[in-house]
Design a protein around this ligand. Structure first.
Ligand code: CMP
Length: 132
C-alpha cells in the first residue's frame, strides 16, 4: 500500500540552491510529489517541531539553524514511504552517509545536513501539520 512521508529541505540546502536537485532525486527514486510549501519557522514553531530533541546538548543549535532561513516541506507518496525516504536521505552525519544518499550529496555537517525526514508514522502525522 502506498503511504505518505514528509521531507524538509533545510536552510543550508535552500541557500546552496539544491531544491531542484533534491526534488529530482526524489522523483528519480519514484517518490510521487503530493505537495510543496516553502516557509520560515518561527522560534516557537521550531522548538515544537524538534520537541523530541528538547534537552539534548545540540537542541539550541538545531533550533537556531532551522530558523536561519527558508525551509521547504515536501509531501511524498510511495510504497513504504517513511522507511524508503529514510533510506534515501542517509545517515544523520553526512560523513557517514552512503554514496547516493541525499545527505551524502548535499549535507555538510551533522547540523547542516540538507534535509530532515519523518522517522515514524507518529512523527509524520505531527510534522506534516507544520506545512500542510
Ligand atoms: P534531523 O533529521 O533534522 O533531526 C534532528 C537533527 O538534530 C538532526 O537531523 C541533526 O541535524 C541534528 N543532530 C543530531 N545529532 C546531533 C549532534 N550530535 N550534534 C548536532 N546536531 C545533531
Amino acid at each position: 500500500m502506498k503511504t505518505k512521508s514528509l521531507l524538509v529541505i533545510k536552510p543550508d540546502a535552500v541557500k546552496d540552491k539544491k531544491i531542484g536537485r533534491i526534488i529530482q532525486t526524489l522523483e528519480e527514486n519514484r517518490f510521487e510529489i503530493k505537495g510543496i510549501r516553502m516557509k520560515r519557522f518561527t522560534k516557537e514553531e521550531a522548538e515544537e517541531f524538534y520537541s523530541p530533541h528538547k534537552g539534548k546538548h545540540f537542541f539550541e543549535k538545531l533550533v537556531n539553524f532551522i530558523i536561519s532561513g527558508e525551509v521547504v516541506g515536501i509531501l511524498v507518496e510511495k510504497e513504504n514511504a517513511i522507511e524508503k525516504l529514510r533510506e534515501l536521505i542517509g545517515d544523520t552525519d553526512p560523513e557517514k552517509a552512503r554514496c547516493g544518499t541525499i545527505r551524502y550529496m548535499f549535507g555538510k555537517s551533522i547540523t547542516e545536513n540538507a534535509v530532515h525526514a519523518a522517522d515514524s508514522e507518529e512523527s509524520f502525522n505531527r510534522e506534516v501539520t507544520f506545512f500542510f
